[in-house]
Write a protein that binds this ligand. Structure first.
Ligand code: PLP
Length: 371
């Protein structure tokens, strides 16, 4: 396996900790360990007593139990913890795909999913596109049908989606699971933004509906605790999880004990954290309305159904690389150009999950007046 440089992470690597005005982030507002531990009496003392030895490769039993509690009809035996969601993407693609296999991958998507697939020699893949359909994002199941080949092994989707904010309705997810079941296909469903639904429909998980599905989750995004680097895979297919564990032996071996402890505390207060983060996103979306009204000749805002990111279209002949470069280099405002998702169409990603959004948007607004 030879991986290409990860364009999205390289772009962030250049600016994320130097640009003062972040407007592209996909994680929700974080908090300190002290704030998190204050959610529960006795949690701080328990944290200080955390044993700093190796932990179990599958994850701490209590944590696996708490994660299983997030899904209908699953138990701790269906859960494997990971180092972030990233480890899960790399591991899944590597254990599932071999030369001659074909994968259908939702596009756009968090790019590591297709980079991991293309890094395996002899693997073919096709994009199932989330399309801009007159100012809203949509998928077409007839297109999916046409993409499947005799050697198709799996479908990999990301819903709620990065960067578009598109999310399958529960009916669509059920349809996708039935589609895979009828054809014997595996389904990889990256659900790291689940819990941040903005349209009022709480989404189901693929692993609840289909025995050959994997649902990918993480503390980073909806819970806003990316520094924990704690993710998980949930599946009824234990043979598949066993193979991922064998890959994990070469990557992280096991999770960090302090992260397991803090994740368990966070999940005991998971609903409160999700509610807080949905509130931040809603407030920021409201705060952005006058901005988008003012710049309607420059930006066509594309609404997100779920999650903290949206993928907006630039108008007036602008290309996104130039627009984003000028914003960050002239005014320190970080936006993410669509080119990191391998598109030359004029889209850029904006993130709505941080408390500093209104002030940072004001800086962008001010900058746009100078263009
Ligand atoms: C859809 C999606 N999946 C996975 C990841 C990786 O998550 P983590 O940083 O927690 O490993 C990201 C990060 O942006 C993402 O957007």
């Amino acid at each position: 396996m030879k991986l290409r440089d990860f364009a999205l992470e390289c772009y962030f690597g250049k600016y994320e900790f130097t640009a003062p005005y972040l407007l592209a982030q996909s994680d929700c507002e974080a908090m300190s360990a002290r704030e998190l531990l204050a959610l529960e009496e006795g949690a701080e003392a328990g944290y200080l007593d955390t044993w700093l030895g190796y932990t179990e490769t599958w994850g701490a039993p209590a944590l696996r139990e708490a994660i299983a509690g997030l899904y209908r009809g699953t138990g701790p035996e269906d859960v494997l913890t990971l180092c972030g969601a990233q480890e899960g993407i790399l591991a899944y693609m590597n254990v599932m795909l071999d030369a001659g296999d074909h994968a259908v991958i939702m596009y756009p998507n968090y790019p590591s999913v297709w980079e991991a697939a293309r890094a395996i020699p002899g693997v073919e893949w096709s994009n199932w596109e989330v399309r801009d359909s007159g100012g809203r994002w949509a998928v077409d199941f007839d297109e999916l049908e046409a993409l499947v080949r005799p050697n198709t092994k799996l479908i990999a989707v990301n819903s709620p989606n990065n960067p578009t904010g598109y999310a399958f309705t529960n009916e669509e997810l059920r349809r996708l699971c039935d589609f895979c079941r009828e054809r014997g296909l595996y389904l990889f469903c990256d659900e790291v933004y689940k819990g941040l639904e903005l349209d009022g429909e709480r989404r189901d998980s693929a692993a609840e509906l289909y025995e050959k599905a994997v649902s990918l989750g993480v503390m980073s995004k909806a819970y806003g605790l990316a520094g924990l680097r704690l993710g998980w895979m949930v599946s009824k297919d234990h043979g598949l999880l066993e193979r991922v564990v064998c890959f994990k032996h070469y990557t992280s071996i096991c999770s960090a004990a302090p992260s397991e402890y803090l994740s368990l505390v966070a999940l005991r207060h998971g609903e409160a954290l999700l509610e807080r983060n949905r509130g931040i996103i809603r407030d920021n979306l409201r705060a952005a309305e006058p901005f988008f009204a003012r710049w309607r000749d420059l930006i066509c805002p594309m609404p997100a159904l779920a999650g903290p990111v949206a993928f907006h279209r630039l108008l007036g002949g602008w290309d996104a690389d130039t627009f984003c470069r000028l914003a960050v280099e002239r005014r320190g405002v970080l936006l993410l150009p669509g080119s990191v998702y391998d598109t030359d169409k004029p889209y850029f990603r904006m993130g709505f999950g941080r408390k500093s959004f209104p002030e940072n948007l004001a800086v962008l607004d001010d900058f746009l007046h100078t263009l």
